[in-house]
Design a binder for this molecule. Sequence first.
Ligand code: GLU
Length: 416
Amino acid sequence: MDKKCICEETQRYFLGRAFDRLNLKEAQRTLLLSSFRETRVTVPVTLHHNGEDTLHTFQGYRVQHNHARGPFKGGLRFHPDVNMGEIRALAQLMTWKTALVDIPFGGAKGGVAVDPQQLNDTELEALSRRFCQKMAPIIGVHDDIPAPDIGTNPQVMAWMMDEYSKSHGYQTAIVTGKPMELGGSAGRLEATGHGVAHLAHKAAQGMALAPEQSRVVIQGFGNVGSHAAIALANKGYKVIALSDVNGGVVNEAGISIDHALAHITENGTLTGLPGTAPISNADLLELPCEILVPAALEATITCDNADAIQAKLIVEAANMPITHRADGQLVQRGVVIVPDLLANVGGVLASYYEWVQNLQQFPWDRETVLGRLESRLSRTYDAVAILANERKIDLRCAAYELAIRRVEQAVRLRGF
Ligand code: GLU
């Protein structure tokens, strides 16, 4: 089954289960499942290959799922597998994330089906600007605020902010995750990984897993995985394995994150990191460890490998890394899972802080951003854990219940 079906199926399953528990009527379910608007655009860009200029037409998407609680909010992904089904499922997930952490936003997601590694900077800039032009009619500072996701970064946000500002006046708040020089927030770059580590630590404490005795395996060493690794190592956890798209590296005695970062800067990959043995991305997931952090793409843990996972705690740094069937198998075995809508919510929470700072034209320092981030994440985690405990349900069920209840109330009060 292709990834788009897995994402949509997984999202539908988790929602259906929560809808049942909340006793929602068919009409409410249909409304909560439906996208407000699904936009598909063509993004023509001239690429220079083998001394020749060729026009390529890429497909771009923006799904605006629900805005009952505030403007649409969510990232933009540049990845070859991007398609409407995947973006739709991820847009829905953003609605539940913003509701769970109780910030005044709805949910959206977008992207372009492209491999950004194949483009040079000039081509990437052209693609980002052209995509922004195509989206301009449906985004807005109080309508829909994009942000980075897989394959995009602060530079892409800067090009988009500039492109939008050409026709709307200087608009920093149109995107979040910008460079600091253009109204980006201190702490935004590391916020998602920092939040993942903070929540992993809270969950580990609840399971009486001491940092020094807890081996951590992290799949994916992009922005989220690397900052989660740094923050977990700073808390005293032993990171024994890491991976990127080229494969993984393992050392039972622990890996220095500083060395891993220096190696990546020098070589562009983790492969060959001195003092480590190579391991495939698939085998890495099955290593004996206490904490597993999937921080790569969706559906990396499926029925095929769920039973081989040895971690006691899984913290979903990526969006939808576990399919619903694999989730069932893991929960049945007593594995604790901090679900995506909670585990990686630090990203959009810091985006909210960035937006607030932009609207007020009043920047906060890093300590303020990360301090507010940590205290709100702790409160959110506690609310989810208390509900899970009271109802004897897992953290994912509890998180979905809390989030859906908030969105459903807003939808009802607004009279959608
Ligand atoms: N792309 C991130 C996510 O999936 C952040 C979205 C945002 O900041 O709007 O949560």
